[in-house]
Design a binder for this molecule. Structure first.
Ligand SMILES: *[C@@H]1O[C@H](CO)[C@@H](O)[C@H](O)[C@H]1NC(C)=O
Ligand SMILES: *[C@@H]1O[C@H](CO)[C@@H](O)[C@H](O)[C@H]1NC(C)=O
Length: 388
């Protein structure tokens, strides 16, 4: 073997080694997902290097790269798409062209991306775009979304768009599911709003910061495309760019004994069905100092962590659909919310998908689309069609 072919072989092995990630056995189109996963890891590495060298904040690199996916609003023969503002918050509005005598149903969709990235133009009925971290922190993102929803639910606005006030859905994926869940809760106490949500649809939502060492965080710390380290970074960036919060969250010692009373809301020993606990032993929390929660009280605020409200508050929530994925750090957030909602008497449809990973619906379009994404999206839309 010549030097050249040896070098080629070595290069090939290195590239293959880089691309190769163990993909769970039950996931289809493994090679496609491996490539997707390598792409995401590369973006993560670039962001990490740029940040270490002091060029750019980690999230700014992610934002720059993901903004290349931006799609301008594009109308077609069936639908008019427009970028407008509701009370100064940008939204993308999708309105069907077909004239009809019956009032329309509406979906308010809040995009994912860890409160830091995203919102570059997925297809939803109304897509709320909120201001992002690291430039903005909680509660700005929450308040932007709340503003949009509140604006839209006014009678004169619903009338203007021909929307039936009894057939409105709030929905979102990942961080968008977090915002959807918290806005749905907070609306219950807002006396200025007459229209009520008919349903909420939460797709692999993030719902709590209290315990970042749940079985799903342990089992899926390195699964595509949301490793534990990135989810912890998203959470900490939602509240501050101060890296000490990130470090405390990574070791799950960001909560002090002063807040021990909140752990009952996220006690996975009680709230997870047996199959999700398999192989894990529950231990009581290890407390840290109270410095961080005094400085950044946001991470204990139910508007950031909707699992932290009591059952009385949950009781008023509408019919709920929760999608969880087996290979997802956020799996147990969703599963625990299902348990809490059922305990409170809320009607819940829980769709747990064994062969899915976090963010899968994203791959419904684009250079690599996945059968899984189409399957999940079809289920979601069929459910909406029947229940909204
Ligand atoms: C418009 O709707 C019709 C009927 O549902 C469909 O066949 C057609 O493909 C749609 N056009 C586009 C651009 O999606
Ligand atoms: C969680 O639940 C288990 C089982 O009921 C209980 O033993 C434990 O004390 C609880 N921990 C907290 C922090 O509430």
């Amino acid at each position: 073997m010549g030097t050249k072919s040896l070098c080629l072989l070595i290069a090939f092995v290195l590239v293959a080694h880089y691309i190769y990630t163990p993909i769970p056995e039950n996931i289809e189109e493994r090679w496609k997902l491996m490539l997707i996963s390598a792409g995401f890891r590369t973006v993560g590495h670039v962001a990490e290097i740029a940040e270490r060298l002091g060029f750019m904040h980690y999230m700014e690199v992610l934002m720059m790269i993901t903004s290349m996916e931006y799609t301008a609003p594009t109308s077609d023969e069936n639908i008019t798409v427009a970028d407008i503002e509701f009370n100064s918050v940008p939204v993308r509005l999708y309105v069907p062209r077909k004239q009809s005598n019956v009032l329309k149903r509406a979906v308010i969709y809040i995009h994912g991306g860890g409160w830091c990235v995203g919102g570059s133009g997925e297809k939803q009925d109304i897509l709320a775009l909120y201001r992002l971290a690291p430039k903005y922190h909680f509660p700005v993102q929450y308040e932007d979304v709340y503003t949009v929803v509140k604006y839209f639910l006014q009678n004169n606005v619903l009338e203007q768009y021909g929307v039936d006030p009894t057939r409105i859905c709030i929905s979102g994926d990942s961080a968008g599911g977090n915002l959807a869940a918290s806005v749905a809760q907070q609306l219950l106490d807002d006396l200025e709003i007459k229209a009520q949500l008919k349903i909420q649809v939460l797709l692999y939502p993030a719902l709590q910061t209290l315990d970042l060492d749940l079985p799903s965080y342990r089992d899926n710390a390195d699964k595509p495309i949301l490793p534990k380290s990135l989810m912890v970074r998203f959470w900490s960036e939602y509240f501050t760019t101060d890296i000490s919060l990130n470090e405390a969250m990574a070791s799950n010692r960001h909560i002090s004994e002063d807040s021990s009373h909140l752990f009952k809301f996220v006690n996975w020993s009680n709230l997870l069905p047996e199959k999700f606990k398999e192989g894990h032993v529950y231990a009581n929390p290890v407390y840290g100092s109270s410095k961080l929660e005094k400085k950044y009280p946001g991470f204990l605020d139910p508007r950031a962590a909707p699992l932290l409200v009591d059952n009385v508050k949950l009781q008023g929530l509408p019919l709920t659909y929760v999608l969880t994925c087996q290979h997802d750090v956020l799996r147990d957030d969703g599963v625990m919310y299902v348990s809490r909602l059922r305990e409170a008497g809320v009607q819940v449809i829980h769709d747990h998908v064994e062969d899915a990973f976090h963010g899968a619906i994203m791959f419904i379009t684009g250079p690599v689309d996945l059968l899984l994404a189409h399957r999940l999206a079809n289920k979601y839309i069929e459910w909406l069609n029947v229940n909204l």
